[in-house]
Design a binder for this molecule. Structure first.
Ligand SMILES: O=S(=O)(CCO)c1ccc(-c2ccc(C3CCCC3)c([C@@H]3C[C@@H]3c3ccccn3)c2)cc1
Length: 239
């Protein structure tokens, strides 16, 4: 994989997104809290590019009973996606770069009055050893970043191509600390940070998009994390 032409970009964007995900939302970064649900906090910044809404989103969540590796495996794996991604119309893996790097083509359900969107992106799974927090485990990260592919040119069919960069960063905590072979699911907690920037790629009214973001993102993260809990609860813990 290190000799694949995309590898330098995959390495750079993944590590940039890891840094970005770890930045605090409290400071002056202009983040506004727009949704709360239990332990989930969702923040956004209002930003436009060429008159299009591209509001960056950052969500912080804490989920009991699953590990960061389990959550990232479910987010990354194509076979689970239809089970949690409600806005998906169609999904194909157009290229397998490595066991940890896939290229997806997805069409999302149309959001009236905008035209239907599709997304072509590489998806990379990586574990990073934990440097700062002694209690926390290693980090697991998934980074999704739009890319091009000669067989799937943008805006060739009915769909408008969106441009996205997404990352999911997970860290596992065991409380109370125990001998690994005695840990039960009620002793583990997963701290999740989800960041996304989606450029709609073509005209979509700002008011409609902001309403969609406000409605869809909280639903999306809640549905995804509940899916992970259901998927893992009767299986051996994967650290
Ligand atoms: O985290 S992922 O990589 C998971 C893999 O699927 C991902 C998440 C979200 C998107 C996405 C693509 C298009 C659109 C819009 C833009 C204009 C018209 C459609 C949206 C809008 C924000 C709303 C939205 C938010 C959350 C979930 C679905 N929909 C989101 C794509 C990928």
């Amino acid at each position: 994989v290190s000799k694949h032409k995309l590898w330098p970009e995959i390495e750079r964007v993944t590590m940039e997104q890891l840094h970005y995900a770890r930045l605090d939302v409290g400071g002056a970064g202009g983040w506004q809290l727009f949704a709360e649900d239990g332990d989930m906090r969702m923040y956004r910044r209002e930003e436009e590019a060429d008159g299009l809404v591209v509001d960056p989103l950052k969500a912080c969540h804490v989920v009991k009973g699953v590990t960061g590796r389990e959550v990232c495996n479910i987010f990354f794996s194509p076979e689970y996606r239809a089970g949690w991604e409600a806005t998906l119309d169609d999904m194909t893996v157009v290229e397998t770069i490595s066991s940890d790097t896939l290229v997806f083509l997805q069409t999302h359900k149309r959001i009236w009055p905008a035209s239907q969107r599709d997304a072509l992106f590489w998806s990379h799974r990586r574990s990073v050893s934990n440097t700062d927090d002694p209690d926390g485990s290693d980090l697991w990260i998934i980074c999704n970043h739009s890319t091009e592919h000669p067989d799937y040119p943008a805006n060739a069919g009915k769909c408008v191509r969106v441009y996205l960069t997404v990352c999911l960063v997970c860290q596992t905590f065991v409380d109370p600390p125990k001998d690994p072979k005695n840990i039960r699911r009620e002793d583990i907690t997963c701290k999740i940070t989800y960041c996304s920037v989606v450029n709609p790629g073509g005209w979509a009214p700002a008011s409609v998009l902001r309403a969609v973001y406000k409605r869809e993102y909280p639903k999306f993260l809640k549905r995804f994390t509940n899916f992970c809990i259901e998927q893992c609860k009767d299986k051996p813990i994967v650290f």
